[in-house]
Design a protein around this ligand. Structure first.
Ligand code: HEC
Length: 395
């Protein structure tokens, strides 16, 4: 029996990454909601800044937030960190297996920049960890104290990085690196600031020292950053399903608009936690996202006009040459043991069924063949497009 280990690790890691991410985002959204919904304790209680009563799953809950810390260390204290760490570790492993080991297929696009595999990996890592350094420097600079201005500068920095990445990497390789930069900053906030500061607070308490309130305030700032960054990252992580966005000539601009829309929607909910109903932010968010996806859905004109009739045999031979090494029940391309997304073009019926999607991936965009390894030409794309436009007829 033969095993495809790359496929197996890919599937296992992706599932782990999604599950850990759901757990992390769930906990983090819950705590932002809890923190913003705290009311003055009634009756007032020493050291308690706020409390919240909630009913869920058949029982009542009573949460209290202690500022800066409770008078006595409780016996059981739950730390929220493994959700975040597992998300990053599984995500980084997946990035390595898919985009670094598979760099020639997934990351490098010779039409944009002819990296060697090592150069591509080094560039990708430089963007991810360079991004973290820039983020940390901005947080610690005077800008860090002004939440709104910080948000604008960091957003502009990330948009610049998106532009640069889309110039040098494959469409999806570029997007995944933007997601990796943001995700790394978010986990960095947990690993480098929130958890170490909480450790210091606990150690000070146990030693009977006065706890520095700045430690908790710093953690709070980073947690607010994280909650604003969450929705754009989720969009990027599923953007493989939006090739019209990631493959668009202005992909960096569309991503910026969609992210701004997502942040606006998140902002609406955060304000609502405080009892402030600001519907305009929901409206701006929806407009930005609808607008950007509408732009992405405009069907581009074919670059080369073909007026003569294109027979199926021509379309089929183009697909044979550029697609079936992957898109087959028995792929011959290394690293593929099954047709990607189940899309196999082994027989005329299958090719016809997929005609619309083939147009989207290989005619109006250059999303396929991956990395254009086989150097599919503009003419071949136009011929394939013409066959589809003429009704995708098969014998
Ligand atoms: C190196 C392997 C490889 C080659 C060569 C390749 N593809 Fe793909 N294709 C993939 C992978 C992997 C996916 C799934 C990931 C994604 O959606 O980007 C995919 C997805 C697709 C999809 C989306 C299917 C769906 O159900 O949404 C279409 C359509 C497609 N390819 C068409 C083509 C065409 C047309 C060619 C040839 C011109 C081609 N591919 C060449 C690997 C390849």
């Amino acid at each position: 029996m033969d095993y495809d280990f790359a496929a197996w690790t890919g599937m296992a890691l992706r599932w782990l990454h999604v599950v850990a991410g759901v757990a992390w985002i769930g906990a983090s959204f819950y705590f932002v909601w809890l923190d913003n919904n705290l009311r003055d304790p009634n009756p007032p209680k020493d050291g308690v800044k706020g409390e919240l009563w909630a009913v869920h799953g058949g029982g009542f809950y009573h949460s209290q937030k202690y500022m800066v810390a409770p008078a006595h260390m409780p016996d059981h204290l739950h730390w929220f960190k493994w959700e975040a760490y597992t998300t990053w570790l599984s995500g980084f492993a997946l990035l390595t297996v898919l985009y670094y080991v598979g760099a020639p297929v997934y990351l490098i696009d010779p039409a944009k920049h002819a990296f060697t595999q090592a150069q591509a990996i080094a560039t990708g890592l430089a963007f991810i960890f360079g991004g973290l350094l820039v983020y940390e420097a901005l947080c610690r600079s005077p800008l860090g104290k002004n939440g709104k201005l910080f948000g604008v500068v960091w957003f502009a920095t990330l948009t610049g990085a998106t532009w640069a990445l889309t110039q040098i990497f494959s469409d999806r390789g570029a997007f995944i690196h933007v997601g990796a930069i943001i995700g790394t900053c978010m986990v960095g906030n947990v690993f480098l600031i929130i958890i170490p500061n909480q450790r210091k607070i606990v150690a000070d308490m146990l030693a009977g020292r006065l706890v520095d309130p700045r430690l908790g305030a710093m953690g709070k700032q980073r947690s607010v950053h994280n909650t604003h960054m969450t929705l754009p990252v989720i969009f990027i992580m599923i953007s493989n399903h939006y090739p019209a966005v990631s493959g668009h000539p202005k992909a960096w601009l569309l991503l910026a608009l969609i992210s701004a829309g997502a942040i606006s929607i998140r902002y609406f909910f955060i304000q609502r936690h405080f009892g402030r109903i600001r519907h305009e932010f929901l409206f701006y968010g929806a407009m930005l996202i609808f607008g950007a996806t509408a732009i992405a859905s405009i069907k581009p004109k074919d670059k080369v006009e073909i007026t003569s009739q294109v027979p199926f045999t021509t379309a089929e031979s183009i697909i044979q040459k550029h697609c079936v090494m992957c898109h087959s029940k028995t792929p011959t391309h290394t690293g593929f043991s099954a047709p990607p997304l189940g899309a196999s073009f082994d027989n005329p019926e299958h090719i016809r069924t997929y005609a619309g999607k083939i147009r989207e991936r290989a005619v109006t965009s250059t999303s396929m063949p991956l990395g254009n390894e086989t150097a599919m030409t503009v003419e071949e794309r136009a011929q394939l497009g013409a066959w589809i436009n003429q009704g995708a007829k098969i014998p």
